[in-house]
Design a protein around this ligand. Structure first.
Ligand code: PGA
Length: 241
């Protein structure tokens, strides 16, 4: 794993946006694996700004997001589809029919997971996978468990994740308990992985990922088996290394 230390959130966001911009400039047809959450918002802001200045073109790119809440339609204010529209897709020229997220309203989840895995296959895998990390070490919604799950699957969110995501919802009761997530196998099949972490509350998860054993109890620790991973951390997130 290559470690890049950023001074703070803004510096991390700028560095991350530079890496993604380089990917799209080198290969305009890049398949980008994208993430939601607070962490990548600053990164997306830079990408939007550079697109609007004419410095970046997403017209031939493809994006495949990591996850979506079960039960939320794409126009629900807390859905990840809506998050992506508001923070990125509505402001850049990525074609609407080439920006993919799982459909959280599909009642046959096995069918939806198979469809989503097929989308990744049909696009010949992900070139650059952007990841955040949960305080419990999750990547995508691959929560700590006694095993790793390879393909797209439905996840029961842990209490820690429900509490962390509570801030986006009116009440705890309205936080979905399940999500559809890309599996660890699909994440590891990406040609390059860029994991961002900011803030003190991620320091323990980063410590366990970097210094601990490879274990499904810290899902991000599996990234140590991948040959091309960049951990881009601000000072606080790197504070226990
Ligand atoms: P956050 O979420 O960016 O909102 O901290 C990251 C994650 O849970 O993967």
């Amino acid at each position: 794993m290559r470690l890049i230390r950023a001074k703070n959130y803004d510096d991390m966001s700028l560095k991350a946006a530079n890496i993604i911009a380089a990917q799209v400039s080198l290969n305009p047809k890049s398949v980008l694996g994208l993430a939601t959450g607070s962490t990548p918002i600053g990164t997306y802001r830079h990408l939007v700004e550079w697109y609007q200045k004419g410095e970046l073109d997403f017209g031939k790119a493809v994006s495949i997001n990591l996850d979506e809440y079960c039960g939320l339609s794409g126009d629900h204010p807390q859905s990840y589809r809506r998050f992506m529209q508001e923070n990125l897709f509505d402001h850049i020229n990525i074609p609407a029919d080439r920006s993919f997220l799982p459909d959280g309203t599909q009642t046959d989840s096995a069918l939806e997971c198979a469809r989503y895995d097929r989308i990744i296959e049909e696009h010949n895998g992900i070139d650059l996978q952007l990841l955040g990390i949960g305080r419990n070490g999750h990547i995508g919604f691959n929560e700590p468990d006694d095993h790793f799950t390879c393909g797209c699957h439905v996840v029961n969110l842990t209490e820690s994740t429900i509490q962390a995501n509570r801030r986006f919802f009116d009440s705890e009761a309205s936080v979905p308990r399940q999500a559809v997530s890309l599996g660890v196998g699909s994440i590891l099949a990406s040609r390059c992985i860029l994991l961002l972490a900011t803030g003190e509350d991620k320091a323990q998860a980063i410590h366990d990922t970097v210094c601990g054993d490879i274990t499904s109890r810290t899902p991000a620790s599996i990234l140590k088996t991948h040959p091309n991973v960049i951990l881009l951390l601000d000072r606080a997130a790197a504070g226990m290394l």
